[in-house]
Design a protein around this ligand. Structure first.
Ligand code: F6R
Length: 242
């Protein structure tokens, strides 16, 4: 695992965005795995900057989101369909027909998950998967005790995750209880992983992920298994590394 420690949260975004832009420059039809949440926003801003100054063309890019809440209408402002549209598809000027998000409104959730896996396979797999890190060590919504071999599936959100995500809703009890998430096995299939984390609130999870044992208690420790995993963190998030 390559660990890049930079001084500020802004630098995390710039360095991560530059790496993703380089993947798109190498392959105009790159397949990106994209995350929601606060952590990747700086990276998206850097890519959007390059798109709007005309130095990067994203017209051929395909994107797959990591996860989605179950039961939120697609048009709800906090559904990941809406969030990905607002923070990724529009600013990066992606073709909406090439942007995929698991369907948390499907009547048959298991079938929706199997269909999502099929779509990823048919796109030729993910070239680069961008990840944030939960304070409890989750990636995607693979909460502690998730299996390293897991595929896209319905999951129950950990109370800590619902608490952390309450900031996006009017109250904590509005945060959905269930989600669909790419599995750790699905994530590990990506050809390259790029995880970004900023701030002291992530320092324990960062240390567990990088220096802790390989353990389903810290799902992000699965990155230790991947030959092309890069972690970009700021000083505050790196504070508990030995
Ligand atoms: C989002 C996701 C989550 C977040 C994580 C960190 O699609 O899969 O794993 O990346 O919860 O969230 P932030 O970045 O908001 O701290």
């Amino acid at each position: 695992m390559q660990v890049i420690i930079v001084e500020t949260p802004e630098e995390v975004g710039r360095v991560a965005g530059e790496r993703i832009a380089a993947v798109i420059r190498r392959s105009a039809f790159a397949v990106l795995g994209v995350a929601t949440g606060s952590s990747p926003l700086g990276a998206y801003a850097e890519i959007a900057r390059q798109v709007s100054d005309g130095s990067l063309d994203t017209a051929g890019v395909t994107a797959f989101a990591l996860d989605e809440y179950v039961g939120l209408p697609l048009e709800h402002p906090e559904s990941y369909h809406s969030v990905i549209h607002r923070t990724v598809t529009e600013p990066l000027r992606l073709d909406p027909s090439r942007v995929h998000v698991p369907d948390g409104t499907a009547p048959d959730l298991e079938a929706a998950c199997a269909d999502y896996e099929r779509r990823i396979r048919e796109a030729g797999g993910v070239d680069l998967q961008l990840l944030g890190l939960g304070a409890n060590g989750h990636i995607g919504f693979n909460e502690p005790t998730s299996s390293f071999g897991s595929r896209t599936r319905p999951k129950t959100l950990a109370p800590k995750t619902r608490q952390d995500n309450a900031r996006f809703f009017d109250s904590a009890d509005q945060v959905p209880v269930h989600c669909l998430t790419q599995g750790l096995g699905t994530i590990l299939d990506a050809r390259e992983l790029l995880l970004v984390a900023q701030g002291a609130g992530k320092a324990d999870a960062v240390a567990e992920m990088i220096e802790g044992p390989l353990s389903s208690r810290c799902p992000a420790s699965a990155l230790q298994l991947h030959p092309e995993a890069t972690v970009i963190i700021d000083r505050a998030a790196a504070a508990k590394l030995e």
